[in-house]
Design a protein around this ligand. Structure first.
Ligand code: ATP
Ligand code: MG
Length: 438
């Protein structure tokens, strides 16, 4: 079959061109079609994606082909867009409506670069820069700038001063208030998986958007902590440093989200108690719930984050806990059915520990001890314990399955506690265990 795209004037655009020029692996390829109509696309066998959106899927590659379009702003927020997409729209017009110069380049079928807004120059100079004044018409772009800054921070990229100024304007004139929860979570979630996710939050704070979008996190900046434990003092800085530490340990967004919100309670500490934050673990639950509700954060993220918040001090005190307390902790995280949650918890606590000035290389001892307790408890052979209890029940002529079931449960629990107690009695790590982290 011949390629139906051959009958069209098509250009590779957006992320694919950017990634190719930056020397990164190209993930998905998006195309722009100039001089065509929806009718023509359908006739060539392309499938229209949305009813009113001029985007089509290639019948065999499944790649996206969008008719060249220009945007006109009609109202506040991004519902207020109208698209002009007809066969007279030029490639240049289509590129002009894009957010950033690095995202506004195109490549023709022969591999020639079309770069009317200096994308290549900005890649060379490592600058994230808006394409035109139209940037300020879509608040999602504020989030996108912060996300790309998080992605490329390690490469030395920074946001252009005039782009930054425009973002400040968009916050000041209320444009950012029009962001809907879904898009905030979507961009935030993607950013948590970028290389330096702390930069996403730092950029949002720099332009004032953090206060509007994530006030619970913004409120941590300026809140002091005890210098002895937190030489960085500022709680907001501590959170950014903890995210940096977490980024070195994992790219699992569930863990990163938990690290982000684990200290929200510190913004609610009564002033008279500062810089101490006694009770912040419990106090943090409400703002986490509030944030999750507002942004429709998936329940998996929410429930794990709540537990990390409530119990993170347990991990820091792990060496002083009694076996029964350790057991309750493991149960709270459902650590016998979902062992990976204990790994995640240990990791979040380590990130919290390493997220402090001068403590970036802090050892893994507490984390390893928690994992060793967990391993010991997991090693209890539940089947064997169950058989013993059943045999005893039979010998005693007790045939009530419910009672036996409860006895089995209690016996397994007891043995798990005994296994943890044995590790405690041993007094130290039996082996130099490496963390079970992915
Ligand atoms: P990623 O690597 O994260 O996919 P991307 O640049 O490909 O990055 P997409 O969301 O896939 O991002 O968008 C494809 C292209 O569409 C972008 O490169 C950009 O040119 C344009 N674009 C996307 N969202 C916007 C927006 N809100 N405003 C302007 N242009 C946008
Ligand atoms: Mg893309």
């Amino acid at each position: 079959m011949t390629d139906p795209a051959q009958n069209l004037e098509t250009y590779l655009v957006g992320g694919a061109v950017r990634d190719q020029i930056m020397g990164f692996e190209v993930k998905d390829r998006d195309w722009v079609v100039v001089g065509a109509t929806a009718k023509k696309m359908l006739k060539l066998g392309f499938k229209q994606v949305g009813k009113n959106f001029p985007v089509f899927l290639h019948p065999s590659t499944g790649e996206e082909y969008a008719l060249a379009r220009a945007e006109r702003k009609t109202a506040k927020g991004y519902h207020g867009f109208e698209f002009d997409s007809h066969c007279q729209i030029t490639l240049q017009q289509d590129l002009q409506r894009r957010d950033l110069t690095i995202n506004a380049m195109a490549m023709d079928r022969q591999g020639n670069l079309i770069d009317p807004f200096g994308g290549q120059r900005d890649i060379k100079e490592k600058i994230i820069r808006h394409v035109s004044d139209a940037f300020k018409e879509d608040p999602v772009r504020v989030l996108r700038v912060a996300r790309f800054a998080a992605r490329y921070a390690g490469k030395g990229y920074r946001v252009a001063a005039d782009t930054q100024a425009m973002m400040v304007d968009m916050v000041d004139n209320g444009e950012v208030d029009a962001l809907v929860a879904e898009r905030v979570w979507q961009e935030m979630h993607a950013s948590l998986q970028e290389k330096h996710c702390a930069v996403f939050f730092r950029e949002l704070r720099n332009c004032g958007a953090l206060e509007k979008i994530l006030p619970e996190i913004d409120a941590l900046f300026g809140v002091p902590q005890t210098e002895k434990y937190h030489p960085e003092i500022d709680t907001g800085i501590h959170i950014l440093m903890s995210l940096d530490a977490a980024d070195r340990l994992t790219d699992n967004p569930i863990n990163l989200f938990a690290v982000l919100v684990h200290d929200l309670g510190k913004a609610l500490t009564p002033v008279s108690e500062l810089p101490s934050h006694r009770g912040h673990e419990k106090r943090g639950l409400k703002p986490i719930k509030q944030l999750c509700e507002r942004l429709n954060v998936p329940s998996q993220y929410r429930s794990f984050a709540l537990k990390v918040c409530e119990f993170h001090l347990h991990c820091h005190r792990i060496g002083q806990l009694k076996a029964t307390t350790v057991m309750r902790l493991l149960e709270k995280f459902d650590g016998f059915r979902k062992p990976e949650l204990i790994d995640g918890f240990a990791l979040c606590c380590l990130a919290d520990k390493q997220g402090r000035s001068g403590h970036e290389q802090e050892n893994h001892d507490q984390m390893n001890l928690l994992l060793e307790y967990h391993r010991a408890a997991l090693a209890v052979d539940g089947g064997k314990v169950a058989n013993q209890v059943r045999q005893q029940a039979n010998a005693g002529n007790n045939t009530d399955a419910k009672i036996t079931g409860a006895k089995i449960k209690a016996a397994i629990r007891k043995q798990r506690i005994a296994a943890i107690a044995k590790v405690i009695a041993n007094g130290k790590l039996q082996t130099a265990l490496r963390p079970r982290l992915s």
